[in-house]
Write a protein that binds this ligand. Structure first.
Ligand SMILES: [Zn+2]
Length: 274
């Protein structure tokens, strides 16, 4: 299994034993998020630590919309371009970037400028994007339509089935996280069952957003099988077959991370997950 969205620096600080547990659970690869230029070195260091432990780790670098007021868009452009060129680890995506209309709606115009800058950089580098969405599906759609030909994933999606389908038409995938394990998430489960499986990815968002069985605890990539099983049950398919399909999707979206592995037989990477 591939965890397409986690925050390894925060996770390893909260839970140093997490890597052993995700390996035991069959999580072979992870993508960790950059959220702020001052945090990128921490993201890279955490990725290197996890990689030394035997996991395949990809790094996404970007500025999260929550931190829009702490950066100047112009300097983000320069810093991100430099970081993409000079990172000691391969950067596999631009993220976590996006728009949040709930936490600080008054910053939306500034968030939009920051997003547009980062979308242009991703497009220029041929990298996928990892998008944060919170009541902003239509705004993200409009921004993506001005950057045609991009791929990536909308993480923690909160929108409607129709909005999800439009995002997929724009080249996006949707990250399925532990939220679907919550008893009251009926609408979300129905949506995950209705969308084409090729458009779905697995994500933990660890150490954040724990599922129903871990309420109030640190969320871990090791809990990904619970999300997988809930999704498989909802779609009426075998978990192993679904895991293989979701891993293949991740390999397609984050091709620069998995390209070498694909060439050598992608299944060797996936051996432990099925
Ligand atoms: Zn996140």
């Amino acid at each position: 299994m591939i965890d397409t969205h986690c925050h390894l620096d925060d996770l390893l600080e909260a839970c140093p034993e997490a890597p052993a547990r995700w390996r035991a659970a069959g999580v072979t690869a992870l993508i960790t998020m950059g959220t702020h230029p001052a945090q990128w070195p921490d993201a890279l260091a955490a990725a290197q630590r996890a990689q030394a432990g035997g996991s395949t780790v990809g790094v996404a670098l970007g500025v999260h919309p929550w931190w829009v007021e702490t950066v100047a868009t112009v300097s983000v452009s320069a810093a991100l371009t430099e970081a993409l060129d000079q990172s000691p680890l391969p950067v596999v995506a631009v993220g976590e970037i996006g728009l949040d209309a709930v936490r600080a709606p008054h910053t939306l115009p500034a968030q939009h400028a920051l997003l547009t800058t980062q979308l242009a950089i991703a497009q220029h580098h041929g990298l996928p994007v990892v998008l944060h969405e919170r009541k902003t599906a239509d705004l993200l759609l409009a921004a993506l339509r001005r950057h045609p030909g991009m791929t990536g994933v909308v993480h923690g999606f909160t929108g409607s089935l129709q909005q999800a389908q439009r995002l997929i038409d724009c080249g996006m995938h949707l990250g399925v996280g532990a939220a679907l394990t919550h008893p009251r998430a009926t609408r979300l489960r129905a949506m995950w069952a209705a969308l084409p499986v090729e458009a779905l990815l697995l994500e933990s968002d660890a150490p954040f957003q724990p599922g129903a069985a871990h309420r109030g605890a640190v969320n871990e990539p090791a809990f990904l099988p619970e999300t997988l099983q809930a999704l498989a049950r909802q779609r009426g398919v075998e978990p192993a077959a679904l895991a293989a399909q979701l891993d293949e999707n991740a390999g397609r979206v984050f091709a620069s991370m998995f390209g070498r592995l694909l060439k050598n037989g992608f299944n060797s990477l996936l051996g432990a997950s099925s």
